[in-house]
Design a binder for this molecule. Sequence first.
Ligand SMILES: [Zn+2]
Length: 527
Amino acid sequence: MINKALIIRFSSLGDIILTSSLALNYKINHPDSKIYFLTKEKFKKTVSLIDAVDEIVTIPDDCSFVNLCKIGMELDKINFNTVIDLHGNFRSLTIRKILTADHKVVYPKRRYERITAVKKKIIPESYPHTIDLYNQTLIDLEMNSYSKRPNLVSTNNISDTEKSFLSKHPHTVLFAPGASYATKQYDIQKFAQAAETLQREYNAGIIWAVTNESEIVSELSQIPESSLMKYVNLPITELTSLIAKTDLVIANDSGIGHLASSVNTPVVSLFGPTHPVLGFSPKGQFDQVLDVKEYCRPCSLHGGKACFREEQFCFTKISPEQIVNLASYKLEHQNCRNKAVFVDRDGTIIVDKHFLSDPNEIEFIEGSVDALKRLSESGYKIVVVSNQSGVARGKFPIETVEKVNQEFSEKLSARGVDLDAIYYCPHHPHGSVNQYTIKCGCRKPSPLMVEDAIEQLLINPIESFVIGDKLDDINLGKVVGAKPILVRTGYGRGFQEKIDSSRFYHDVKIVDNLAAAAEFIGDHHLD
Ligand SMILES: [Zn+2]
C-alpha cells in the first residue's frame, strides 16, 4: 500500500516556502510515498513549486469553521498514514483531530518561548530556525533530515524582454521593498538611493518587484525609469524564475527573501522590528541579514506592532551606503556564476572495488577519463564527491583515502584532466571507529561537501549536475538543486527501476556511463 502523507500549512508565502525542506526530506526517506499538501487557495501556485509534493488540496481563503470540518471529513477518505501539521493553530488542530492516521505529528512551534523572548528583549544567541523546527517532526517519524534549506523549482519561465534585460547588464539586482506589514518595510526612497549607486558603480540592471502592498505600489511609481524593470504582482512561477536568474535580492524580512534562498540567489535581508534569530532569517548559503542594535528590538514577533518612538530607528539607522557595501561585496566576491559537475568516484569514474584501499587497484571505467576532459573543456568545474565510510567502519585509516585520492588525481592529471576539487566523507552513523561514527552533514545525500565546493569555486548549483551510480547521488542532486544523472555502471543498474517508477525522480536522466553523461550534458546544456 502506498504511504500517504498530508502536510498542513495554510499560509503565508514565507512559511510555505520554508516547508519545502521537510517535504523533500520526507520524499528522500520514502520515495514511493504520495505527499498531499493542504493550504489556502491563494498559495496553491507556491506549493506547486515544491517538487516533492504530489497533490495540493486547498481551503477557501476565508474558510468557515463548518466548511473546514467538511473538508477534513472529505480528506479522511484518502486514508493518510501520516499527518504532519506545520501550522500548529486551532484550524490545523481541527483537521488533525478529524483525520484518522497512524502517525500524527505537529511541529514544536515554541511560540510562548519566542513571545517571552520578545517581551523581555532577551534574545538567545541561537535558536532553531523554523525549517529546523519543521524538520524535527521527522525525528518522531524516525526519518532523517538532509536538506536544511528551502528549495523550489524554477521553471525557466522568463520573457524575451527579461532575457535581453539580463544579458544587457553585467549584474542584476532585484529589490523587493514590500513586506506583510508597513512597519516591516524599509524606506523605499532609501532603497532607491542604494539602487542608483549600484546602477552607477556596477552598471547593474535593477529590478523592482512587489506583491500587492498598495502603499508601496504607489511609491514605486515615483521611482524614475532608467535601466530598470518594475513588476507588481508578477505570478509566483515567473517571479521565481526571474529571481533564479538575478545575482542578488535585497529585501525586507519577507517571503521574497525566502523565495530567493530557495533558488540559490543570495539575499541581503533588512530586519527592523523583527529579529532574525527568532526563526525566520533567510536560509540560503550566502544570505545575510542587515540590522542595527536598538533597545526596543525586537518590537514584536511578526513585526506588525506600531512603533511607539518618534521614528522607526531600527530602520532609519540603516543607511543606503550599508546596503551598497554588502551588495558590492556579494557581487564582487560571492557571485556564483560557475557551473560544475559533482561526480561520484567509485562506480562512476573508477570501477567499484568495494572499500578500495590500494592505489594500485584504481581502474578507470571505459570512457570516463575522456568524459571528464570533455566536461572540463566545456567549462564545467570537475568536483569529485565521495562517501568513504570505510574509515568509520574501520576498514582503513583516513590516510589511505588521502593516498588513493592523490594517486587517482595524479593519474587523471597525467591523462589531461585536472580536478578542481575532491571531497570525501569519512563518516557513518553506524561505524566502529568512534571518531568517525556520527550523523554528519557531509555524507551524501547531505549537502555539506557540495556546499563547500560552491563556496570555494563559486558554483551555481542550478546550472550544475550531480552524477553517480547510487540513489544517494541522485538525492544529493535534489538537495542542492542540481540536475541528477544516474549512470548504469557500478550499482546504477540496480536503482533504475526505483527511479523509473517514482514521480519524484521524474527529472533524473539515466545513462549508460559517464561518457554518455558527458554527451548528454554537451548536447543539452552548452551555451
Ligand atoms: Zn561526513
